[in-house]
Design a protein around this ligand. Structure first.
Ligand SMILES: [Ca+2]
Length: 88
């Protein structure tokens, strides 16, 4: 897979989950939970998943408007990727 394909996957994944409600340009908390359940199943098996997901949503929503836009989504995925590499 090329890096360009990875970027396309990021865009498509965001769009697929963001269109769950009337506003397809942002992820609501419900849409983020749906995304996490399908894309990060191991996380959602944790008994603390509600606490974890609330914390993640708060960290992703950098401007505090209670929605996650594409820029906030990509910045968070990048930070998560850095943390994953550092944990290896
Ligand atoms: Ca936001």
């Amino acid at each position: 897979m090329t890096l360009q394909a990875v970027m396309g996957t990021l865009m498509k994944t965001f769009d697929d989950y963001a269109k769950g409600d009337g506003d397809s340009s942002t992820l609501s908390k419900t849409e983020l939970v749906n995304l996490a359940q399908k894309e990060f199943p191991a996380l959602c098996q944790s008994q603390k998943k509600d606490e974890i997901l609330n914390g993640i949503f708060g960290q992703m929503d950098m401007d505090g408007d209670n929605k996650v836009n594409f820029k906030e989504f990509v910045i968070f995925i990048s930070c998560l990727t850095i943390a994953l590499k550092e944990s290896m």
